[in-house]
Design a protein around this ligand. Structure first.
Ligand SMILES: *Cc1c(COP(=O)(O)O)cnc(C)c1O
Length: 473
C-alpha cells in the first residue's frame, strides 16, 4: 500500500517511510492511505465474531503488504495487544466500548503500542538507536513511554511540566526504568515543547543522535484504532439480536473527540465495511469541529481548559486528514456534531450512573450525554427546525445539514455505541464530585503509586537539556 501526502497527492511513500517520517517534512502534510481495502463479506459475517487480534491481523495486512511478513505481523499484534476492547451493555439500546484495558488505562495505548512496534521493525537494520523525544501535558507521555518500554532499538525521553499534571499522571511518567526516562521541567508545557522543538532543529545535535518524535499524527497510530471500531460494531450487531431483538441495527457510534484521531480511525473503519451507520462527534467547549459541521467554515482557535482535559484541543490536527478523505457534504451525511460544557459533563457522569449504574469518566461522559440527547429528541427537534440556539451547548446544525441517519433516531432499530476512552479512576476527583464516591482503582494504577520516582530535574535552558541528552543517551 502507498500513502499520500494530504497537501500534495502526487507525493507518495511506502508504509515504512510514512511510519519513520511521521509527516511530510517539505509540505507539512500528513500521510493517508491511497485507498482503503474493503473487508470481505465472509469476514464481516463470520459467526462467532473473530477475536480482536484476528481482526487486527486481517485489517492491517493490506496496509503493510510486502513490507512486513505475515508471521512477523502476527507476532507484533500478539505482543502489542495482550488486552482487548470489551463491549458492555448499559441500557437496552446503549453499549460501551471500553478502551481503557491497556497498561495506562486510556485508549491511546491501542495506537501507541502498535506505532512503537512498527517503528522498531522499520528501524531494525540500523546500528544506532532511535531516540524519541516527547513533551507531554499529561496522558500522551505515559501512553508513549509505556508503549516503547522494552522495545528494541529505541529509547524515549519524556519532558513534562513539574507540578502541572495530576499526581497519578506524574507517577505514571516517572516510574519507568530501562529505555524510558522522564525529565521534570521547571516550567510550562510550552517550555517542554520548545526544548523538544529546538533539539529537532539543532543540526549539531542531530549529527550525533538519531532523533524522532512519536506524536499523534503518525499514520501507524491511526490504523490500529480502526481495529476496535470493526470489532466493537460486529460484536454489537451480534449481541443486539439477543439483547434487544434487533437484527439489523442502525448503529450510531459516539466518539469523545479532541484531536480527532479517534474519529478519523472510525471513518476509515466504516469505509472498510464496519457496520456503522453514523457517528456523533462529541466535544467539550473546544467545539471547532461541531462548528465546522454547522457553518461549513473551519476556524481553529486557542484551546480552553475543561474537565475532559485530554480533549482540550482548539486546532485538531486530524482535521487535515478528515477533510482530505471526506468533503463537507459527505462528512455531514455521516457525522452529527455535538458539544457540551463542564456543567453538562458533571451532569452526564451523574445521570449515567444514576440511570444505568455505570461509572463513566469525564471524556466518556461527553459521549454519553451526546448520545442520550440525540436519541431522546434532540435530533427530532433539529429535523423539525427547532434547532439549538447558536452558541448554546447541544446538538448543532439544521434540517439541511442533518446526517442521513437522522430519521433512524426515532426508529426502534437505532442502537448506540459509546467510546469510553479512559478509566474513571484516572479522573477520580471529578467522578467523586459528581457521584459522591471514588471509582475503584485498577491494580495496574495502584501498583504505580508505590514505585520509586526515577525522573531527573531539568531547567528550561536549552544548553542544559542538550548537555543532558549528550551525556545520557
Ligand atoms: C486523547 C484522548 C481523547 C481524544 O482523542 P482524539 O483522538 O485526540 O480525538 C479522548 N479521551 C481521552 C481519555 C484521551 O486521552
Amino acid at each position: 500500500m502507498k500513502y499520500r501526502d494530504t497537501r500534495d497527492p502526487s507525493r507518495q511513500v511506502s508504509f515504512g517511510e510514512a511510519v519513520l517520517r511521521g509527516m511530510d517534512p517539505e509540505t507539512g502534510g500528513l500521510y493517508i492511505p491511497l485507498s482503503l481495502p474493503e473487508l470481505p463479506r465472509s469476514f464481516l459475517l463470520r459467526n462467532p465474531v473473530p477475536s480482536f487480534r484476528d481482526i487486527a491481523y486481517e485489517v492491517s495486512r493490506p496496509f503493510m503488504e510486502g513490507e512486513i511478513p505475515d508471521e512477523e505481523l502476527m507476532a507484533i499484534i500478539a505482543d502489542a495487544y495482550p488486552f482487548t476492547a470489551p463491549v458492555t451493555p448499559i441500557d437496552p439500546t446503549t453499549y460501551v466500548l471500553e478502551l481503557f484495558h491497556g497498561p495506562t488505562c486510556a485508549f491511546k495505548d491501542f495506537g501507541a503500542r502498535f506505532m512503537a512496534r512498527m517503528m522498531s521493525w522499520f528501524n531494525r537494520n540500523e546500528n544506532e538507536p532511535l531516540h524519541i523525544l516527547v513533551a507531554t501535558s499529561g496522558d500522551t507521555g505515559s501512553a508513549v513511554g509505556s508503549a516503547f518500554h522494552g522495545v528494541e532499538g529505541i529509547d524515549v525521553t519524556i519532558l513534562y511540566p513539574e507540578g502541572k499534571i495530576s499526581p497519578l499522571q506524574e507517577k505514571q511518567l516517572c516510574t519507568f526504568d530501562g529505555n524510558v526516562r522522564a525529565l521534570k521541567v521547571s516550567g510550562t508545557f510550552d517550555d517542554c515543547q520548545k526544548l523538544v522543538k529546538t533539539a529537532f532543529t539543532d543540526e549539531a545535535l542531530r549529527a550525533k543522535l538519531r532523533l524522532s518524535s512519536a506524536n499523534s499524527i503518525n499514520i501507524s497510530r491511526l490504523l490500529p484504532q480502526s481495529f476496535y471500531y470493526i470489532y466493537g460494531s460486529l460484536l454489537v450487531r451480534d449481541r443486539c439480536r439477543y439483547d434487544c431483538k434487533i437484527d439489523d441495527p442502525s448503529l450510531i457510534v459516539t466518539v469523545p473527540s479532541g484531536n480527532f484521531g479517534n474519529l478519523t480511525s472510525g471513518l476509515m473503519a466504516r469505509k472498510m465495511g464496519a457496520p456503522i451507520r453514523g457517528f456523533i462527534a462529541a466535544t467539550n467547549s473546544n467545539r471547532t469541529i461541531p462548528d465546522w459541521l454547522q457553518t461549513g467554515e473551519y476556524k481553529a482557535r486557542p484551546s480552553v481548559s475543561t474537565l475532559s482535559n485530554a480533549m482540550d484541543v482548539g486546532a485538531p490536527s486530524n482535521f487535515e486528514r478528515m477533510s482530505a478523505m471526506y468533503s463537507l457534504e459527505e462528512a455531514r451525511s455521516v457525522i452529527a456534531g455535538y458539544w457540551t460544557d463542564d456543567a453538562g459533563t458533571m451532569e452526564a457522569i451523574r445521570s449515567c450512573n444514576k440511570r444505568t449504574g455505570y461509572i463513566i469518566d469525564p471524556h466518556g461522559a461527553v459521549a454519553w450525554k451526546a448520545w442520550d440527547d440525540v436519541r431522546n429528541g434532540a435530533m427530532r427537534d433539529l429535523l423539525s427546525g427547532r434547532s439549538n440556539a447558536p452558541g448554546k451547548p447541544g446538538l448543532v446544525g439544521c434540517p439541511e445539514t442533518a446526517p442521513e441517519w437522522a430519521k433512524d433516531c426515532s426508529d426502534k432499530t437505532c442502537v448506540g455505541l459509546i467510546l469510553e476512552t479512559a478509566h474513571p479512576a484516572k479522573f477520580g476527583e471529578t467522578v467523586k464530585e459528581a457521584i459522591g464516591r471514588d471509582p475503584s482503582l485498577p491494580e495496574r494504577l495502584e501498583k504505580v503509586l508505590t514505585l520509586p520516582d526515577r525522573s531527573s530535574p531539568m531547567s528550561t535552558d536549552y544548553q542544559e537539556f542538550k548537555a543532558w541528552l549528550l551525556a545520557n543517551l
